[in-house]
Unconditional design. Structure first.
Length: 110
């Protein structure tokens, strides 16, 4: 049986290589005000992506080094507000639902 290699990517913050499944994909969404960075945990948004550990330390390093602009090949300084909220938000254990989110939906008609 042939074992397939997992795809590896480089974190734009710490510059360490890791399996793509451990990294958060980030894409730049352009609008009239410039570009904003958006997290893409499902890895489905169109366009060029940058990868980063979902860790506030890696995020801070990437912002300080201005790595997002280079990795995504965009000019100017992108707005990273939405990405900062996503990285700083408390995370759940992989595979486990967020209990607060599930509890808020219980009993609501869909």
């Amino acid at each position: 049986m042939v074992r397939r290699a997992l795809p590896e990517r480089t974190c734009v913050g710490c510059r360490r290589r890791a399996p793509a499944s451990e990294l958060l994909r980030i894409v730049a969404i352009g609008d009239e005000a410039g570009h904003s960075l958006r997290p893409d945990p499902a890895r489905r948004l169109p366009g060029r992506g940058a990868n980063m550990h979902p860790d506030p330390a890696c995020f801070a390093q990437a912002v300080r080094r201005r790595a997002f602009g280079r990795a995504l090949r965009i000019t100017g300084v992108p707005d990273h507000g939405e990405l900062a909220e996503h990285v700083d938000a408390p995370t759940t254990t992989p595979g486990q639902p967020d209990r607060a989110r599930v509890a808020s939906k219980v009993g609501r008609p869909t």
